[in-house]
Design a protein around this ligand. Structure first.
Ligand code: ADP
Ligand code: MG
Length: 327
């Protein structure tokens, strides 16, 4: 199977008429047609074998994750997905792998009405680069720079489970098989919070998606907004799915380990966002409207820096480093 057969068989899909994709795969350029008054939101993310995923990962889960991490950026901007491009570097044509990858990719794409617009296919080390295009009403995108003193800090969904799976893979932590399976699903098939992001337009003052860990990514909001925050480490730790539910799982690790998973975990693809304290009901309504749990875990303050405290408000004396490829 040659390059063009491969594209035609696995990735070429006609653009649906009347959507934000006027022309899709097959010409030199795709044509996007955002609705009048909308801005295009664009983000790109690359996944490299051995660095972002293990060579043994199920290709359908990899197809899902490659798009999910990109949709998560649109979610953080409050944008509605329109289309994506797919640049693929493949060591060989492995049809079983391609079929699985395309199945996982398009299942998630279809669930979000995000159509393939084009891409590039080349031979080389396994490398997947997706660029997503979304639309957001002009001036309404959620940015990192809008947090204000007095705002609450919120987070969606669950934290730390993806990092737990990674540490079990690495052999640094050990957990029962069912705990590992659930954590592994969170690592390999994250849920981009696309509906929540859109529901938070006009409510949240800032937002970021958590790819490198809560502390590090919240730090981006604090720096961009010129503010600081106090974060409740126990409230964040309560959001680890593997730890919840009265199953005795909380006793698996010491409190410091759980805190590290929740605060420095990475690969969560949840939204961390801020909203004025008098908009709590609106944030909760956005969570309900998008069927996404939201939890309040801190407070924005004028004083720069991040202060991490326990439930009782006592300082937590622990370092939380976020993931840095060159750190
Ligand atoms: P060009 O040489 O002009 O870059 P290509 O021959 O690489 O075009 O690609 C032909 C068409 O197939 C283009 O529309 C391109 O966007 C699309 N395409 C190539 N690779 C992929 C891929 N992996 N997924 C989706 N579309 C692709
Ligand atoms: Mg090309």
């Amino acid at each position: 199977m040659g390059e063009f057969d491969l594209i035609a068989h696995y990735f070429a899909r006609p653009a649906r008429p009347g959507t934000g994709l006027a022309l899709g795969v097959g010409d030199d350029c795709a044509l996007l047609a955002p609705a009048p008054g909308m801005q295009l939101a664009v983000s790109t993310d690359m996944l490299v074998e051995g660095r972002h995923f293990l060579s043994t990962v199920d290709p359908a889960r990899l197809g899902h994750k490659a798009l999910a991490v990109n949709l998560s950026d649109l979610a953080a901007a409050g944008a509605k997905p329109l289309a994506f491009t797919l640049a693929l570097s493949l060591p060989a044509v492995d049809e079983a792998w391609l079929a699985g990858f395309a199945r996982g990719l398009f299942a998630l794409a279809d669930a979000h009405g995000c159509q393939v617009a084009g891409g590039d296919t080349t031979k080389g080390p396994l490398n997947i680069c997706i660029t997503v295009f979304g639309e957001v009403p002009a001036g309404a995108a959620l940015l990192r720079s809008g947090a204000r003193p007095g705002d609450d800090v919120w987070v969606s969904g669950t934290l730390g489970d993806a990092r737990l799976a990674l540490e079990i893979f690495r052999g640094t932590l050990d957990a029962p098989a069912e705990v590992f399976a659930a954590a592994r699903a969170r690592m390999e098939q994250p849920t981009p919070r696309v509906a929540l992001g859109q529901a938070l337009r006009g409510v949240a003052t800032s937002a970021v998606d958590i790819s490198d860990g809560l502390v590090g990514d919240l730090g981006h909001i604090l720096r961009a907004s010129g503010v600081g925050a106090t974060l409740d480490a126990d409230a964040a730790t309560d959001l680890i799915a593997a730890r919840a539910g009265g199953t005795g799982a909380a006793a698996l690790f010491d409190p410091q380990t759980w805190r590290t998973l929740a605060l420095a975990g990475g690969d969560d693809y949840e939204l961390a966002f801020t909203a004025p304290a008098d908009r709590r009901a609106a944030v909760e309504a956005a969570g309900r409207a998008s069927a996404t749990p939201v939890a309040r875990i801190g407070r924005i303050e004028a004083e720069a820096g991040l202060r991490i405290v326990d439930r009782a408000g006592r300082p937590v004396d622990q370092r939380f480093a976020s993931f840095d490829h060159f750190g």
